[in-house]
Write a protein that binds this ligand. Structure first.
Ligand code: FAD
Ligand code: 2HG
Ligand code: ZN
Length: 474
């Protein structure tokens, strides 16, 4: 059996010089997760330059039973891209696979490699007068391969779906090093099982995504954005229904924001101010958009808001008058996670229930938080249009992080049990990683879990792909 030093030497020979990372200044941040909840040690850190090099590395790891942890932008919330502490796993960064391979304007597609930063892909599409709708707060650093492997959601799901729904084709390196090339741009292709879809949301446990072909849309030419004080979450849902109806289903974002998030972002994030003059317990940030130029969307939004005001759903609203103001509204929303981090510790629950059930869920689960977590403040916000709330609890002033963290297991159990009662999901968009492996075992449909284990075994019989993530090691 080769020793670690010999394995490292052989791995080094499989990549070019720039692909073998040893500088601790570079590798240290790659060996902990974004929230610094997990720290790992790796046998080696490699960043192959192309698909062929990824293939060589995986074939070698499969032969020697070396666990492989793929990593993109390392912005994931569940520790999925962090190796364990054994120093026996390989960290495989996709960051150098960063080429846009093609844009086919008539086919409305972009083909790009896994290490492309999402914002770069959005810009590439815009340069071709097209639109890539995948958008999330981490878009300046998360990468396409990570987005697809977590089946990321984000801010435009209500109109365009999750990352999965944008994928037409994939290039994937299988654990044994073979390259599965199904990188087509076909919108119609009913030729047997949809194998590629299994890699979407698999969090690197079945293979390594090296490239993808994504759907694009016509560029947006009209847009209206409002920051709205709503009476309560039920009023927010009623406003959503009204806006969907009035706009011909042009709602592209519909985000719920509680007062505490406005306070935290105004306090911690430079440039963020409360857009409205009087405080309100709840707000909505909504956007309607169209690819038709000069559509009077502002007028339509104002008319809908005025009717909601008359109906007692809305107490005040600001419709963005220009791009600067629109950007400020979005900065407030997108910097909520950062402002929470600056405030102190927080417990995250990334949950979803049917949109119609969100108000009752906030009521029931919110009451539980109030009664059982005196050391925490509920900060429930997120993608109301998708029924997805970040039902987070922040550290309350006067209490320590440890005091909040002590209640985390009990809180998680109670909140996730409520989610189950409501027919919801305990992981709406952030995935499982290593954080929620036991939650998956507890709440998944047992037959579905068995099928997942069988799929894992079929794709990765030696168990080298991201061991211990999503599913427990056998
Ligand atoms: P990483 O963190 O590097 O990896 C995530 C998982 O994918 C890991 O399991 C990793 O092993 C695997 N992986 C990475 N690349 C590959 C590959 N090429 N092949 C196979 N497996 C791979 N998420 C949302 O869904 N919606 C949001 O609105 C949202 N907002 C966020 C806002 C902020 C400020 C932050 C910090 C995060 C947010 N996230 C959100 C979470 C995160 O950004 C997403 O999950 C993102 O898609 C992860 O991409 P990444 O490149 O950083 O992946
Ligand atoms: C968002 O929607 C992200 O801003 C982060 O998904 C959520 O930090 C969180 O809980
Ligand atoms: Zn989110």
């Amino acid at each position: 059996v080769p020793d670690a030093a010999s394995l490292i030497q052989q791995l080094r020979a499989l990549v070019d010089d720039a692909g073998f990372l040893t500088d601790p200044g570079r590798t240290a941040p790659m060996l902990r997760d974004h929230r610094a909840q997990y720290r790992g040690h790796a046998l080696a850190v490699v960043a192959p330059a192309d698909t062929a090099a990824v293939s060589r590395v995986l074939a070698f790891c499969n032969e020697h039973r070396i666990g492989v942890v793929p990593q993109g932008g390392n912005t994931g919330y569940c520790g999925g891209a962090t190796p364990d502490a054994s120093s026996s796993q390989l960290l495989l960064s996709l960051e150098r696979l960063d080429r846009v391979r093609a844009i086919d304007s008539a086919n409305y597609t972009i083909t790009a490699e896994a290490g492309c930063i999402l914002a770069k892909l959005q810009s590439a599409a815009a340069d071709a007068d097209l639109y890539l709708p995948l958008s999330l707060g981490a878009e300046g650093s998360c990468m396409l391969g990570g987005n697809l492997s977590t089946n990321a959601g984000g801010l435009n799901v209500i109109r365009y779906g999750m990352a999965r729904e944008l994928v037409l084709g994939l290039e994937v390196v299988l654990p044994d090093g073979r390259v599965l090339d199904v990188l087509t741009g076909l919108r119609k292709d009913n030729t047997g099982y949809d194998i590629k879809s299994l890699f979407l949301g698999a969090e690197g446990t079945l293979g390594v995504i090296t490239a993808a072909c994504l759907k694009l849309y016509p560029a947006l030419r009209s847009r209206a954005t409002a920051f709205v004080a709503v009476r309560d979450p039920a009023a927010a849902v009623a406003l959503l229904t009204a806006l969907r109806g009035a706009s011909g289903d042009c709602v592209s974002s519909f985000e719920l924001i509680p007062r505490v998030a406005v306070e935290l972002t105004s306090q911690h994030i430079p440039g963020v101010v409360d857009p409205l003059s009087a405080p309100s317990a709840w707000y909505v940030l909504c956007e309607i958009s169209s690819s038709r130029p000069d559509e009077p969307l502002d007028a339509l939004l104002e008319k809908t808001l005025a009717a909601a005001f008359d109906g007692g759903l809305v107490s005040d609203a600001a419709v963005a008058i220009d791009e600067r103001q629109r950007e400020l509204f979005w900065r407030l929303r997108e910097s909520i996670p950062e402002s929470q981090r600056k405030e102190g510790a927080n417990i995250k629950h990334d949950i979803s229930v049917p949109v119609s059930q969100v108000p009752r869920f906030i009521d029931v689960a919110g009451r539980w938080v109030e009664q059982h977590i005196p050391q925490g403040v509920l900060c429930a916000y997120g993608h109301l249009g998708d029924g997805n709330l970040h039902f987070n609890v922040n550290q309350r002033a006067g209490f320590t992080a440890a005091q909040l963290q002590a209640i985390e297991p009990k809180a998680k159990r109670a909140i996730h049990d409520f989610v189950k009662e409501f027919g919801g999901s305990f992981s709406a968009e952030h995935g499982i990683g290593q954080l929620k492996v036991f939650e998956l075992e507890r709440y998944a449909n047992p037959l579905e879990l068995e099928l997942m284990q069988r799929v894992k075994h079929a794709f990765d019989p030696n168990g080298i792909m991201n061991p211990g993530k999503v599913l427990r090691r056998p």
